[in-house]
Design a protein around this ligand. Structure first.
Ligand SMILES: N[C@@H](CCC(=O)N[C@@H](CS)C(=O)NCC(=O)O)C(=O)O
Length: 240
């Protein structure tokens, strides 16, 4: 039995971190039995979530978890799709994970009102006398990470501009298809669904969200994925 280590539901979503939701969708697509457990991120093998324990084999990072499912269990998430489609799917996946992800971090962590109702809550279990210190330290670290990536060097207007372009690109690739490559999901749909659901959650104020909501196919795609994989969240992801 595979155990997926998660943060747990928040912000009207199955998990606040899209890469965790991505991994759960991959597990659902694989058809393999799995269970979920709340993790202590400080004890995670790479200091990040997700990771899995597959009968004693620990695999960290959503991409390496995918590779593991492919290698050990013989799953081909892109079965039936030609190399060009597989290539587009992989590029879309990494557009979300290595580019648009940072626009989401900026909106959730650097916009005070969003931080206060969102990520600040992660620190509630910390004893109150030291909490403000820990919060300030972690927020500084997130800012440094954003700077190191490069997204953090842009103004908010610039971040919104590049993230809107990215979401438009995905909406254009998706077009009228139910899933990224056609009538059935491929591996990258796990990522696209997770990130689009996160970007569209009404939990946060986000001009990028307002813009993305105008792309009806993205909204329908999010709704389709929620109904298919997380029906218990379908309502909450739409109105929190
Ligand atoms: N490349 C990794 C990214 C994992 C990642 O960045 N996880 C973040 C959440 S999105 C994390 O666990 N950060 C530590 C924390 O939130 O304390 C993957 O795809 O799994």
């Amino acid at each position: 039995m595979i155990t997926l280590y998660t943060f747990g539901a928040a912000f009207g979503l199955p998990d606040p971190r899209p890469v965790v939701t991505k991994t759960e969708v991959l597990l659902k697509l694989s058809g393999l039995p799995y269970q979920k457990k709340r993790a202590n991120v400080r004890k995670a093998p790479k200091g990040k979530l997700p990771y899995i324990d597959d009968d004693g084999t620990i695999v960290a990072d959503s991409t390496f978890i995918r590779f593991h499912l492919e290698d050990k269990h013989g799953i081909d998430f892109d079965k039936g799709f030609i190399p060009e489609q597989r290539g587009v799917a992989w590029a879309v996946e990494k557009l979300f994970e290595d580019h648009l992800y940072w626009a989401g971090v900026d909106n959730r962590w650097m916009v005070d009102t969003n931080f206060d109702k969102g990520p600040r809550r992660f620190f509630d279990p910390i004893p109150s006398p030291v909490r403000p210190l820990v919060i300030a330290m972690v927020r500084r670290q997130v800012k440094r990470n954003m700077w190191g990536h490069g997204m953090g060097r842009h103004s908010r207007a610039e971040i919104l501009r590049v993230s809107a372009r990215g979401m438009d690109a995905v909406a254009d690739i998706l077009g009228a298809k139910p899933f990224l490559l056609g009538d059935r999901p491929c591996g990258a749909d796990a990522t696209a669904f997770a990130f689009i659901a996160g970007a569209l959650t009404p939990f946060f104020d986000d001009p990028a969200r307002d813009k993305a909501m105008k792309r009806a196919n993205l909204v329908a795609y999010r709704d389709r994925g929620m109904a298919e994989w997380f029906p218990q969240f379908a309502k909450r992801a739409v109105s929190v």
